[in-house]
Design a protein around this ligand. Structure first.
Ligand code: NAI
Ligand code: MG
Length: 359
C-alpha cells in the first residue's frame, strides 16, 4: 500500500487533483495497487485557516507519506502578503524540508497535438520527447555573498554562483539513472568556456558517467542548447543542467509542447517522499470554471508511480490513456483546435479513467 499526501492548494489546484485521484483509483482497480490518500492544506487555502502557507500538520502529513501530489498555490488575493506568508513559499519550503535537489520536467509533444506547437509539424512531428533534469538547491539562486554596495556615484549588485562536487554528483546520478530508463543519452549543459562552476560541473559529470558505461554522455554550451531546442529538439533525451540554466531551458522546452496544461514535473532527492506537481500555477483566470486541463496533474501522478514506486506498467498505462484520449479527439479548451471535442475538467478525467478501465 502506498500512502499519498494530496495537497490541492488554490485556484485550479483542487480541480486537477480531483481528476488525478480519479485516475489513480482506476489504476488501483485495474492493477490491484492500493493507495491510501490523505489530504493536507497548503498555500493560500492554508493561510486562510492556519495563518501559514505550510502548516505543521501538513508538513507532518507529508513526512509520513510515501509520495506527495501537489496541485498549485497562489492567487491575487494573497499577493499583498509579505514574502514568508505568501502561498508560493509552501513549495519552496517543502523542497527544502524534503531535501529535493533535482527537478525533472519531461517535455513531450504528442503526435495528435503537433499543430499546437509553435514549431509546427515539420520540426516537431512527434519528435519531441525529452527530460530536463535541473539542479534545484545550488548555484546562482542560493550562492553567497549576494547583495548591493553603494560606492558613491554607482551602485554595485552581485550574486555568487557556487557548486560543490557533491551537489553536482548527486544530481548527475539522477540524470544518468533516468536516462537508463529512457533512450540512454545524457546531454550535460554548461558554460564551461567561461564559468569555473561549469568547469567543475563538466569534470564531475565525466567522472559520474564512468559508473554508467551504457549511457552516452555529451556536453553542450547553454547558448547552443537554447538554439538546438528550437532547431532540432529530437536530438535530446535527458538534459542535465544547473539551477539557473535549467530554469530558463525548461520554460523554453515547455512552450514547444503546446500547452502548459499538459506538463508534469517531479522533484526528487536521495530518499522519499518525493514531490510531484503540474508545471502550471493556480490559473486564477480560469479557476472555478471547471475548464482547466487536468492532464499535467494526471501525468504527474504517472511520474509518481514511475519514480517513487517503480510501478512502470501502471505509469505507462496512464501515459497511454492520455495519448489515446487525444487520438480520439478529446480536448480541453487550452489545446482545442478546429472541430475537436472540448471537454470540461471532470469529463477529461472521466475519459482517461474509462480508457484505463477499458470501458
Ligand atoms: P499559471 O500557470 O497559473 O497560468 C498561466 C496561463 O496558463 C493562464 O492563462 C492559465 O489560465 C493557463 N493555464 C495554466 N494551467 C492551465 C491548465 N491546467 N489548463 C488550462 N489552462 C491553464 O501561471 P500564472 O498566471 O503566472 O500564475 C498564477 C498564480 O499561480 C500566481 O499566484 C503564481 O505565483 C502561482 N504559481 C504557482 C505555481 C505552483 O504552485 N507551483 C507555479 C507557477 C505559478
Ligand atoms: Mg521558471
Amino acid at each position: 500500500m502506498y500512502n499519498i499526501a494530496l495537497l490541492p492548494g488554490d485556484g485550479i489546484g483542487p480541480e486537477v487533483i480531483k481528476e488525478a485521484k480519479k485516475v489513480l483509483y482506476a489504476i488501483q482497480e485495474r492493477f490491484g495497487i492500493k493507495f491510501n490518500f490523505k489530504e493536507g492544506s497548503v498555500g493560500g487555502a492554508a493561510y486562510e485557516v492556519f495563518g501559514a502557507p505550510l502548516p505543521d500538520d501538513t508538513l507532518n502529513l507529508v513526512k509520513d507519506s510515501d509520495a506527495v501530489l501537489f496541485g498549485a498555490v497562489g492567487g491575487p488575493k494573497w499577493d499583498h502578503l509579505k514574502r514568508e506568508l505568501r502561498p508560493e513559499q509552501a513549495i519552496l519550503k517543502l523542497r527544502k524540508e524534503l531535501n529535493l535537489f533535482a527537478n525533472l520536467r519531461p517535455a513531450v509533444c504528442y503526435r495528435f497535438l503537433a499543430d499546437s506547437s509553435p514549431l509546427k509539424n515539420n520540426i516537431i512531428s512527434g519528435n519531441l520527447d525529452l527530460l530536463i533534469v535541473r539542479e534545484l538547491t545550488g548555484g546562482l539562486y542560493f550562492g553567497t555573498p549576494r547583495g548591493r554596495e553603494n560606492t558613491g556615484q554607482t551602485v554595485r549588485a552581485f550574486d555568487t554562483m557556487v557548486y560543490t562536487s557533491e551537489e553536482i554528483k548527486r544530481v548527475a546520478r539522477v540524470a544518468f539513472e533516468a536516462a537508463r530508463k529512457r533512450r540512454k543519452k545524457v546531454t550535460s549543459v554548461d558554460k564551461a568556456n567561461v564559468l569555473e562552476t561549469s568547469k567543475l560541473w563538466r569534470e564531475v559529470v565525466d567522472e559520474v558517467s564512468k559508473e554508467y558505461p551504457d549511457v552516452e554522455l555529451s556536453h553542450m554550451y547553454v547558448d547552443n542548447c537554447a538554439m538546438q531546442l528550437v532547431l532540432n529538439p529530437g536530438q535530446f533525451d535527458v538534459i542535465l543542467t544547473e539551477n539557473t540554466f535549467g530554469d530558463i531551458l525548461s520554460d523554453e522546452a515547455s512552450v514547444l509542447t503546446g500547452s502548459i496544461g499538459m506538463l508534469p514535473s517531479a522533484s526528487i532527492g536521495e530518499k522519499g517522499p518525493f514531490l510531484y506537481e503540474p508545471c502550471h500555477g493556480s490559473a486564477p483566470d480560469i479557476a472555478g470554471k471547471g475548464i482547466a486541463n487536468p492532464i499535467a496533474c494526471i501525468l504527474s501522478a504517472a511520474m509518481m508511480l514511475e519514480y517513487s514506486f517503480d510501478e512502470k506498467e501502471a505509469a505507462m498505462c496512464i501515459k497511454d490513456a492520455v495519448e489515446k484520449s487525444l487520438e480520439l479527439g478529446y480536448r480541453t479548451y487550452d489545446i482545442k483546435e478546429g472541430e475537436g471535442k472540448v471537454l470540461a475538467t471532470s469529463e477529461m478525467g472521466d475519459v482517461i479513467k474509462k480508457i484505463i478501465l477499458g470501458l
